[in-house]
Design a protein around this ligand. Structure first.
Ligand SMILES: O=C(CO)[C@H](O)[C@H](O)COP(=O)(O)O
Length: 220
């Protein structure tokens, strides 16, 4: 089975968590694109969506789901988004698509975070995928020096400007044995907008597509 087929299976499986009549949070990326496609026949059940990126907003509007501002709603029932890596504790690395800041905001506003991915994203220890960090442009080299000082190798994702007008550093060489601690440490660096480590607010459900179906891991 191709990686895309596995992503599609996980995305379709997330439909079981839809709460009809309630605002839906929608993430960003190729797996989420499969989810939005699968959502189309059930769009009448979704009064509105909160989107984590301009790309997903366009795709949602194209299938007829209204996208509203987070400030217009009191809360979100479920948030469906992908990940670049996931561990057994449902801690995630996200931000491969540079949408990590809005993704973290929408995840924080949601009662339940349903993470969808193909099974290759499941790892024992996070960090083989370079950890994305969104930074204020003027602080890019300062943040890079601070990250190097904790033993990592930050690389500027040149040419990429986030939806918020910021830059991305991809941090190589990490073996993340304590995800909440590293998330807190990086959050303390002046100039960091968001670190793509989702540990303090990780996923509640992880759906992993593969050739034989979809594995489901739920937060205890
Ligand atoms: O965090 C993300 C975007 O910022 C994506 O969820 C992550 O990169 C996974 O993408 P894909 O579904 O294309 O594998």
């Amino acid at each position: 089975m191709s990686q895309d087929s596995a992503k599609r299976l996980a995305a379709e499986s997330a439909l079981q968590y839809l709460v009809p009549g309630e605002v839906l949070g929608v993430g960003t990326g190729s797996t989420v694109n499969f989810f939005i496609d699968a959502l189309a026949p059930r769009k009448s059940e979704i009064p509105a969506a909160i989107s984590s990126s301009l790309a997903s907003t366009e795709r949602l509007k194209a299938i007829g789901i209204p996208v509203v501002d987070l400030n217009e709603v009191d809360g979100i029932s479920i948030y469906v988004d992908g990940a670049d890596e996931a561990d057994a504790g449902l801690n995630l690395i996200k931000g491969g698509g540079a949408a990590l800041t809005r993704e973290k905001i929408v995840a924080a506003a949601s009662q339940r975070f349903i993470c969808i991915a193909d099974r290759s994203k499941r790892v024992d220890v996070l960090g083989a995928f370079p950890l994305p960090v969104e930074v204020i442009p003027m602080a890019r080299r300062l943040v890079a020096r601070k990250l190097a000082a904790i033993g990592s190798r930050p690389v500027w994702r040149e040419g990429v400007v986030t939806d918020n007008g910021n830059h991305i550093l991809d941090v190589h060489g990490l073996q993340i044995s304590d995800p909440p601690a590293l998330e807190s440490t990086i959050n303390q660096i002046a100039g960091v907008v968001t670190v793509g480590l989702f540990a303090h607010r990780g996923a509640d459900v992880l759906l992993l597509g593969h050739a034989d179906g979809v594995d489901r891991i739920e937060r205890a």
